[in-house]
Design a protein around this ligand. Structure first.
Ligand code: ZN
Length: 388
């Protein structure tokens, strides 16, 4: 038995009664003779609501029939049904807004919409165009909202595919088409639910642009979603402006200036830290007694960290002096640095590489400095013991 789709006649119908004409053995998959529950299709998510007071968790389009998945089994033959209106109306706003936006993008930029996704937070369309300039986006946003304020009627007609003219996209099927029209702007075959006039879409804001598979993916929000987003944007920007004791409009300039100042301060700090580390390397050299061969050998131990610029600067400070041999040992994660002065007669890279190979480590370097990692503290201890 074909399910009568009440939402095609009246997208505003939220309460209806129906007969259960089929159900799964567990009583959670129901088929009704007629339904106002919209199944997920055409980019628009399914409705929720209740059947005999039991929550509807999914609605599936099976072409001829519509399956209603309920949270628990539903008894009886005749049932009272209620569609969650807040969710449905939000979907109607986003979906109708999509028709409007797609028509405007085609009109202003020649960009055809190739797909639509209505998400729980934001919606997107993929437009077949190489790029959209900021001024294109601004013009499209203004034109869309102008159509909203003109409150253009949105109507549904049924026309044979062979006779339907001026469609935004050619119909992909034969027979009678359900055509959704925005007065003076757009005619598109569509089986979804729409508001009856553009004013009900509410404000429309265009947001992020993204390149996806040669198209431009454009994020947009309609109705209360746009209002909620504007509110949270305002609050976020206000928090930033409070930090800088500025107006909202001045905040971006101040943030950019602070960012630049922070970057140059960080650069200066890193330079000073490097100088300090080199100095500490020289100090360490000065306080290290030379061995019988005249080489000063030192092992610097660090409980944790990474082999960074400062560590390398320390090693350079040490080995910039004659007859210098330095090993830096980092316990966690286990790592080792070997640095030598040119007159020691040892190739740091080759020496460390050979040691690492015996202790399942990896790494390497040049004649003066090398670094590597080993898989465990035990391997690290064994490697360091071998250096002597
Ligand atoms: Zn539609």
């Amino acid at each position: 038995m074909i399910t009568t789709r009440l939402y095609h006649q009246d997208a505003y119908l939220t309460e209806f009664s129906a007969h259960i004409v089929g159900r799964s053995d567990d009583g959670r998959r129901l088929y009704l003779d007629r339904t106002a529950f919209y199944p997920a299709s055409g980019g628009q998510p399914h409705d929720t609501g209740t059947i005999s007071g039991v929550p509807v968790v999914d609605v599936i389009d099976e072409e001829k029939r519509i399956a209603h998945i309920t949270a628990s089994p539903v008894e009886g033959a005749e049932v009272a049904c209620r569609v969650d209106w807040a969710r449905r109306f939000d979907h109607m706003q986003q979906h109708s807004g999509q028709h409007l936006l797609s028509a405007v993008l085609l009109e202003l930029c020649g960009a055809e919409t190739v797909s639509f996704h209505l998400g729980s937070e934001v919606s997107t369309i993929d437009a077949a165009v190489g790029a959209l300039r900021p001024e294109d986006v601004l013009a499209a946003e203004q034109r869309v909202n102008q159509c909203v304020t003109e409150n253009r009627p949105i109507t549904v007609t049924y026309e044979p595919a062979s006779e339907a003219k001026d469609l935004r996209r050619p119909a992909d099927r034969e027979g009678v088409l359900r055509i959704v029209s925005i007065e003076g702007l757009d005619r598109s075959p569509c089986g979804g639910t729409h508001v009856r006039a553009a004013g009900e879409i509410g404000p429309v804001v265009l947001r992020k642009l993204e390149k996806v598979r040669g198209n431009v993916r454009l994020e947009f929000l309609c109705g209360m979603r746009a209002v909620r987003r504007a509110r949270s944007d305002f609050e976020a920007l206000s928090r930033i402006a409070r930090i800088f004791s500025s107006t909202l409009d001045d905040a971006p300039t101040l943030v950019a200036a602070q960012h630049d100042a922070l970057q140059s301060a960080d650069k200066a700090r890193r330079r000073v830290a490097g100088e300090l580390a080199r100095y500490q390397g020289r100090e360490r050299y000065a306080s290290t007694e030379p061995g019988r061969d005249g080489v000063r050998r030192a092992v610097v131990r660090q409980p944790s960290g990474a082999v960074d610029e400062e560590l390398r600067a320390l090693a350079q400070g040490f080995t910039a002096q004659p007859k210098a041999f330095l090993v830096v040992v980092i316990e966690a994660p286990p790592a080792v640095v070997m640095a030598v002065s040119a007159d020691v007669g040892l190739h740091a890279g080759d020496t460390l590489k050979a040691l690492l190979a015996r202790h399942n480590g990896r790494g390497g370097g040049n004649a003066r400095m090398a670094q590597g990692t080993v898989p465990s503290r035990e391997a690290l201890a064994a490697l360091v013991a071998e250096i002597g």
